[in-house]
Ligand binder design. Structure first.
Ligand SMILES: O=C(O)[C@H]1O[C@H](OP(=O)(O)OP(=O)(O)OC[C@H]2O[C@@H](n3ccc(=O)[nH]c3=O)[C@H](O)[C@@H]2O)[C@H](O)[C@@H](O)[C@@H]1O
Length: 431
């Protein structure tokens, strides 16, 4: 039988060979062996502590990356209150990108009719975060709580699903903007691909699984020339990385529908505009420049053809989003496993009457009562497409979607909001 010493210090030629016949030697070795055992244990404990500490710092630095300031009893209470349903057969909806343009309007519409709404937004500085904070205040005033966090933070998303059994997710968080993708390509991958997958992972694991409605984009039609654009038209020729990530989103959501039974509705928004809009978009930046007496750059296509967009007013988009939530059908999975086929739908949400960019400028001039200084420039090869035009018959049939606001009417409402929000009085900012 090997002794304990033998097991701890196997008889190998050299250093630790034990002479069993020599008592002193034996005592020395016993003493040495127990010291060494202690030494080994100490080493083991040090290693264990070191790996625990480095794991903690990894977790902490992860949290710092997501600037997580969430958690706690008060925080959970605010989420539960915000998610409270106040009508029969109401929904509890997690709205991602809730402090964004479309997110704010959809959250308000849902809350006003009695649905529970919890928002999440990372308040990044792609455009003026103070506008996002102002939207947040607006939502807070209506009893909507916005969690400050990133959809890439899997722990946070999982926690939200622990606190609330969301029936629906309205996923609007994204890196938007067609031309900015050349400046910061990775932000598109971070939000529109990685963030989407993190969110879908949480949705797939949630019990019950929510139904997911999310924002795709008219830009997926890319170089498609068949007009108007129908959902069945080809979308494999994106003209920008932004469009490519949105198209990838359509494929990614399809796999989650196919494998896990998530109910998915993708909405291809066509150049959405209106009050509380996005400062990076043309109608918004043109307004700012016109009021400040600065020139605006108007792009022109090949052979000096005017560019055109199927500009769609925010209230019409909201109706399309709410209609999608109401008709989404249930997810079928549970415990991360599919239990049957679930709906997978894609809809165009456009105005179905394109307007050229110079006409947009003329309408703004009329509403602002200020003449624009136009600089016509050939459209740079930066991801833009010459025109968009939605065929909306599918959304009309399935969602009852029927846009009612033309560009002149919608821009009038936008200009009214803009002048009031930025404190303009007779064409001059007062603050
Ligand atoms: O429909 C969509 O899918 C997309 O609509 C917009 O993208 P875009 O149509 O390019 O909207 P704007 O950036 O407002 O541009 C509108 C038109 O004005 C033109 N433009 C833009 C900026 C400028 O300085 N000058 C100018 O002539 C553009 O070329 C374009 O024809 C949004 O920015 C995207 O996030 C959205 O996904």
């Amino acid at each position: 039988m090997p002794s304990l010493e033998d097991e701890l210090f196997p008889s190998t030629p050299g250093k630790f060979k034990i002479d069993r016949n020599h008592t002193m030697n034996r005592q020395f070795h016993r003493c040495f062996a127990s010291t060494s055992t202690m030494f080994l244990w100490a080493l083991f404990l040090v290693a264990l502590t070191a790996s625990y500490l480095s794991f903690q710092s990894f977790v902490d630095s992860g949290s710092r990356y997501f600037t997580a300031s969430w958690g706690g009893i008060q925080w959970e209470k605010q989420i539960r209150n915000s998610a409270q349903i106040r009508r029969s057969n109401g929904k509890s909806v997690l709205v991602t990108g809730a402090a964004g343009f479309v997110g704010t309007h959809v959250s308000l519409a849902l809350k006003k009719r009695g649905d529970g709404v919890v928002g999440i937004d990372n308040f990044n500085n792609y455009y003026d975060p103070s506008l996002k904070k102002a939207r947040k205040s607006l939502l807070n005033n209506h009893g909507i709580f916005i969690v400050e966090g990133d959809i890439n933070d899997a722990r946070l998303i999982a926690r939200l699903f622990d606190i609330v059994a969301f029936t629906h997710v309205m996923h609007l968080a994204a890196q938007a903007g067609v031309r900015y993708a050349m400046e910061n390509p990775h932000s598109y991958v971070h939000s529109n691909i990685a963030g989407l997958v993190t969110l879908l992972e949480a949705c797939k694991s949630a019990n019950p699984q929510p139904s997911v409605v999310w924002a795709s984009s008219s830009s997926v039609y890319g170089l498609n020339e068949k007009v108007p654009f129908s959902e069945s038209d080809r979308t494999d020729q994106p003209a920008s990385l932004y469009a490519a990530t949105k198209k990838a989103g359509e494929e990614i959501t399809h796999t989650y529908n196919h494998i896990y039974g998530l109910s998915i509705t993708g909405l291809r928004f066509f150049t959405v505009y209106g009050p509380w809009g996005r400062p990076d978009m043309a109608y918004f930046s043109f307004t700012r420049n016109i009021l400040q007496g600065k020139p605006i750059t108007v792009y022109r296509g090949k052979n000096r053809v005017d560019l055109a967009r199927d500009f769609t007013y925010i209230d019409d988009i909201v109706k399309g989003c709410v209609g999608s939530l109401d008709t989404s059908g249930k997810s079928t999975g549970s415990g991360g496993k599919k239990r049957g086929p679930a709906p997978y739908r894609i809809f165009n949400l456009g105005n179905t009457s394109p307007v050229t960019v110079p006409t947009l400028v003329s309408i703004l001039e009329r509403h602002l009562k200020v003449k624009a200084k136009r600089n016509f420039v050939d459209m740079p090869g930066n991801g833009d497409v010459p025109f968009t035009h939605a065929n909306i018959s599918l959304a009309q049939r399935e969602l009852g979607y029927k846009p009612t606001t033309d560009l002149a009417t919608g821009l009038k409402k936008f200009v009214k909001w803009y002048l009031s929000y930025y404190g303009y009085n007779h064409g001059k900012a007062v603050n």
